[in-house]
Ligand binder design. Structure first.
Ligand SMILES: [Zn+2]
Ligand SMILES: [Zn+2]
Length: 317
């Protein structure tokens, strides 16, 4: 085996460590809750059954959305975004960047690509040899271009993007709920152990830790969830929140926003019955998005940009 290949395999295996860690925590929390709390500590049968039913519903939804986020392959740009053979040959032979840009500009005219790089160039990925659709970015960890890329998440060892963003939000939502249910139901036993009202058994250690770990995870996950819900409402990806997308007529942080209702529908779909299940229901194909500025006349675009404190500058055409 070549050393570079061995190194790559090693890196790939290491990428799974955070996922393994999360799975071990879930496994231990299951044992601590079901066996140590429900079987050994709770004296009342009705309470035990109620807790177990609610706990298992949350756990199933949490694991289901977590696994969907991990295993859904991030969608890549379709063949339509590759250069046609003739242009590709010209592009590869050409060494001058400005002539390469001219070739890309000619091809992009037939594609629904309205964003540009910060320098005003047509976004092209040299590794994947493809014109990047709007909101698409190259992930160096996944070694591919990912449609509507949000970020690469080490906790799921996958890119969060167009194909799994809804699953990711649900994963955060159900993970918070799972932790909240544990905290709420364990609280009274946690206090009883603390006040020494229950016998000193090995369950004590598990229940004390279960409360602390669930509370800690709840606080961190709920903050991340709130941030992503805000991004959904604004129709921005994490990348766009840090750097406003640049359109053919200028940068605009709200360029993809279509109003609260339509922004939410873009991620969760327009049928409420699918919103809370990790099944794909996002709208669109991930390649093209409705943008506020490029489909309207320049005067209206200008007034929108002025509201944002910017002027319409035709600096790319
Ligand atoms: Zn790429
Ligand atoms: Zn990635």
């Amino acid at each position: 085996m070549a050393p570079s290949h061995a190194l790559r395999c090693c890196k790939r295996a290491l990428n799974w460590v955070p996922v393994l860690f999360i799975n071990l925590v879930i496994g231990w929390s299951y044992y601590a809750y079901v066996i140590e709390l429900c079987v050994y500590t709770i004296p009342n049968n009705t309470e035990r059954i109620c807790y177990l039913v609610v706990f298992h519903i949350c756990l199933i939804m949490f694991i289901w959305s977590y696994w969907k986020t991990i295993w859904v392959t991030p969608a890549e740009p379709s063949k339509a975004f590759s250069l046609p053979r003739v242009e590709k040959d010209q592009f590869e032979k050409e060494e001058r960047a400005e002539v390469q840009q001219e070739i890309l500009k000619k091809v992009v005219r037939n594609l629904p690509v309205y964003t540009r790089t910060a320098g005003g160039a047509v976004p092209y990925c040299n590794s994947c040899q493809v014109i990047k659709p709007d909101r698409c970015h190259h992930c160096s960890t996944c070694e591919r271009c990912v449609l509507k890329m949000d970020h690469h998440c080490p906790w799921v060892n996958n890119c969060v993007g167009f194909s799994n963003y809804k699953f990711f939000i649900l994963f955060l939502g159900y993970a918070s709920l799972y932790c909240a249910v544990i905290c709420a139901t364990v609280m009274q036993y946690f206090i009883k152990f603390w006040k020494k009202l229950l016998p000193e058994t090995h369950a004590k250690f598990h229940i004390l830790f279960l409360f602390f770990v669930a509370a800690l995870f709840f606080i961190s996950i709920i903050s991340l969830l709130s941030y992503h819900l805000w991004l959904v409402a604004k129709n921005r990806t994490t990348i766009e929140a840090f750097r406003a997308p640049v359109f053919t007529n200028g940068p605009d942080k709200n360029g993809f926003s279509l109003g609260f209702k339509r922004n939410v529908a873009e991620v969760f779909g327009d049928q409420a019955k699918y919103w809370f299940f990790p099944v794909f229901s996002s709208l669109g194909d991930g390649h093209s998005f409705v943008t506020r500025l490029v489909h309207i006349d320049p005067e209206t675009a200008n007034s929108i940009l002025q509201q944002n404190g910017k002027r319409l500058v035709k600096y790319f055409e």
